[in-house]
Ligand binder design. Structure first.
Ligand code: NAD
Ligand code: LMR
Length: 325
């Protein structure tokens, strides 16, 4: 990471010590892929989060620049930058939470699965670093295809004997964010007042909004259901096409350790016969505390669920085979 003078290092340590005098010492968070379209705003949000005491920004390019920039923010977290593979282990040592948006994004005409060939290897290498340096960290995987990268991470951790299914989560919250926005538009209400569970996975037909379980309770016409389901499933593609080659969604993306936080996430699951599935999970300081059941589905959702499971099973197996081969 960029040279830090003795004086600066002493002052960083003093700040970190001060903070821990307050009681809880805060989360140590690493972002892998921190210089990218998701990494940079995520780094900014983490630096603004009072629960974060140490923030490590790792990338294979531009990490020093992003680190210098973010580190000038007048908030508590101590920020350090790490550039390239030789610095991966220092970036990961002692981390409580590792968030991974490293890898390539889609261009128009591509599916998320088209990213597998590049991103699978990147995720594998980064997870091998986690095994070595912070095997007890909670890992949030953003890199696509999430339906395969989460099984890849699980296999790397299993191979090393460090796997804890509670600590590995694929980030699918963007599907909920989109669903809330599009449903609110149809209902003519504030999106902050809407909650739509989105289950299954994070690609095309595997993204299954449960419109029969929207909160506040409401009903839709068959046309609205068809429009909303398609729009939510294709929200990512809508952004990829609008950005016309300049990447995918980065700005609509966002662990407190509080009890009782419930969010949708792609996790190891017994909700269906598949080993991984996105559904509502109750989060706690150590990751997943409980995977919640799907609740009652209507006929439309049951049919879509079968379709989602078919594609999801293939994507999961592809990730598993990548490590076991
Ligand atoms: P980006 O290209 O802007 O940034 C990716 C960053 O990863 C770059 O800075 C790049 O240098 C870095 N990188 C590449 N190889 C690396 C390695 N070996 N180690 C560390 N860093 C490495 O892309 P983005 O828009 O930030 O998207 C990143 C990934 O997140 C993509 O795969 C994208 O499809 C995915 N994504 C997922 C969701 C989701 O909801 N799960 C949402 C949006 C994007
Ligand atoms: C999204 O849903 O926006 C991301 O998964 C990025 C993509 O490729 O669509």
């Amino acid at each position: 990471h960029p040279p830090v003078s003795q004086m600066e290092e002493t002052s960083l340590l003093r700040r970190a010590n001060c903070r821990s005098k307050g009681g809880a010492s805060g989360f140590k968070v690493a972002i892998l892929g921190a210089a990218g379209g998701i990494g940079q705003p995520l780094a900014l949000l983490m630096k603004m989060n009072p629960l974060v005491s140490v923030l490590h920004l790792y990338d294979v390019v531009n990490a020093p620049g992003v680190t210098a920039d973010i580190s000038h923010m007048n908030t508590g977290a101590v920020v350090r930058g790490f550039l390239g593979q030789p610095q991966l282990e220092d970036a990961l040592a002692g981390m409580d939470l590792v968030v991974i948006p490293a890898g390539v994004p889609r261009k128009p005409g591509m599916t998320r699965d088209d990213l597998f060939n590049i991103n699978a290897g990147i995720v594998k290498t980064l997870c091998e670093g986690i095994v070595k340096c912070c095997p007890k960290a909670v890992v949030n995987l953003i890199s696509n295809p999430v339906n395969s990268t989460v099984p890849i991470a699980a296999e790397v951790f299993k191979k090393a004997g460090t796997y804890d299914s509670k600590r590995l989560l694929g980030v699918t919250m963007l599907d909920v964010v989109r669903a809330n926005t599009f449903v609110a538009e149809v209902l003519g209400i504030d999106p902050r007042d809407v909650n739509v569970p989105v289950v299954g996975g994070h690609a095309g037909v595997t993204i299954l909004p449960l419109l029969s379980q929207v909160n506040p309770p409401c009903s839709f016409t068959p046309e609205e259901i068809s429009y909303l389901t398609d729009r939510i499933q294709n929200g990512g593609t809508e952004v990829v096409e609008a950005k016309a080659g300049a990447g995918s969604a980065t700005l609509s993306m966002g662990l407190r350790g509080d009890a009782g936080v419930v969010e949708c996430s792609f996790v190891a699951s017994q909700v269906t016969e598949l080993p991984f599935f996105a559904s509502k999970v109750r989060l706690g300081r150590c990751g997943v505390e409980e995977v919640l059941p799907l609740g009652p589905l209507n006929e439309f959702e049951r049919a879509r669920l079968e379709k989602a499971k078919k594609e999801l099973a293939v994507s999961i197996q592809k990730g598993v085979s990548f490590i076991r081969k």
